[in-house]
Design a protein around this ligand. Structure first.
Ligand code: ADP
Length: 415
């Protein structure tokens, strides 16, 4: 009996010990697996004892490796997607079924005028635009052009995310395109308007001549003079338009180099001499001979002819025009001043616009095209300079431009 009890006790003890021996590595395996679940870069180290446990450990390690590879691949794809999205000029916003932001790229952040990530925030709280709400509610892919609050005008395309209730929004800034379209439309309308009058005069005069006026010497001289003046006007408009289109297309060939201001001014004066004499305008030139600018000589001549010609055109008979230049830091400031009627504040801000005229009848009467100052501005800015207009005292206007100065050889030696 006693022997049986001892034997039974031994069996129970062996079972307990065996279970403990088997359970310890199993427990360790469970713990290590748990750690792997939290951090797939970990691995199960050595499993002692049971071959089955060892194999299980091996397969858990294989699973961990697989999961780590998937995690790295996912991370790589996310980073790639984020950098592609941030590199886009188009804004991209992804929202979930509850219209909360899941992702937005740098361009979208710029367009919405926000710096923070906004992920998890409801989109419509930031962009309170009714059209956007409609766009998101739309069941199909849709697009709309909206004015973003304090931001650009944007063309937004909304696409459904595949198999989910969310949306991907693509935002394109169309502010510049729309502005350009308006400018172009206005420009075409202005050109047609400018061409209409001379063409109408030429047609009417030609018809009158053909109808018999050619036989009347007085009448025909008058009509032919009208033909000539209006043909000249058309030629001037076309020449200015051609210059502008060359400048716009970047086809106006400029050769920047040292240009002596005084000699170009003297050359420009010859182009306006006759008109100045006819109107008894005195043109005064005052500048040191040494002043040299970095410019294109032909462009600078065109600028000065335009500005001096305007001074002569718009100043009353027997008035004065001054052409002056001086150093101003690293630049040379050239001024064309007159003691004419001047330009009122409201017009002054706009005279550099194409076809803008402060005094349309005076401009047309003087043969102006309304394009001279816009060409001047384009030319000056293409040479890296600045241009502007200020009122002269006691009367008249000061048109000024600043161009980079080039030190003369003696100055360069002295410095
Ligand atoms: P335009 O061919 O009509 O002279 P511009 O572009 O040269 O065209 O000038 C635009 C307008 O600016 C002119 O129509 C005129 O009203 C005004 N303007 C330009 N220069 C002067 C000036 N020196 N004095 C007064 N008004 C001027």
């Amino acid at each position: 009996m006693e022997t049986v009890a001892i034997a039974l006790g031994l069996v129970v003890l062996t079972a307990i010990v065996t279970t403990a021996i088997v359970r310890r590595p199993l427990r360790r395996l469970a713990l290590e697996t748990q750690r792997i679940v939290r951090d797939p870069s970990r691995r199960i180290s050595m499993i002692s004892g049971d071959a089955d446990l060892k194999e299980l450990g091996h397969w858990i390690n294989a699973l961990a490796e697989d999961s780590e590879r998937s995690r790295d691949a996912l991370h790589h794809e996310r980073t790639l997607l984020a950098s592609v999205a941030d590199g886009l000029t188009q804004g991209v916003i992804a929202i979930d079924g509850e219209r909360k932001i899941e992702m937005l790229n740098d361009a979208a952040r710029r367009m919405l005028g926000v710096q923070s990530s906004l992920v998890g925030e409801p989109l419509l709280e930031f962009v309170r635009v009714p059209e956007l709400r409609e766009l998101i509610d739309h069941t199909d892919d849709a697009s709309a052009e909206v004015q973003l609050p304090n931001g650009p005008r944007a063309l937004i395309r909304a696409a459904r995310t595949w198999g989910r209730a969310g949306r991907v929004l693509l935002l394109e800034d169309v502010t510049a395109v729309r502005k350009l379209e308006t400018v172009r439309r206005d420009f075409v309308a202005n050109v047609s308007h400018e061409l209409r009058t001379p063409v109408a005069v030429i047609r009417a005069n030609a018809e009158t001549l053909l109808a018999g006026a050619k036989n009347d010497p007085v009448m025909s001289t008058k009509l032919i003079d009208g033909l000539h003046r209006n043909a000249e006007r058309l030629a001037r408009i076309l020449a200015d338009l051609l210059d502008l289109s060359r400048l716009d297309a970047g086809q106006y060939r400029m050769e920047l180099g040292p240009v002596p201001v005084l000699s170009v001014t003297e050359q420009s004066l010859t182009a306006v001499e006759t008109q100045a004499q006819q109107r008894k305008i005195s043109v005064h030139v005052d500048m040191p001979e040494r002043l040299t600018v970095k410019a294109d000589a032909k462009a600078l001549d065109q600028i000065l002819v335009n500005l001096i010609d305007n001074g002569v055109k718009y100043t009353q008979v027997e008035g004065n025009v001054w052409v002056e230049a001086r150093e101003l830091g690293d630049a040379i400031r050239i001024e064309v001043r007159d003691d004419g009627p001047g330009i009122s504040d409201k017009h002054r801000a706009r005279v550099f616009e194409r076809f803008y005229r402060a005094d349309p009848s005076r401009s047309r009467e003087a043969g102006g095209t309304g394009l001279g100052l816009s060409i001047v501005k384009h030319l000056v800015e293409s040479m890296g300079g600045e241009v502007g207009v200020e009122p002269n005292t006691p009367r008249g206007s000061i048109f000024w431009l600043q161009l980079p100065s080039v030190p003369t050889p003696t100055e360069a030696l002295a410095s």
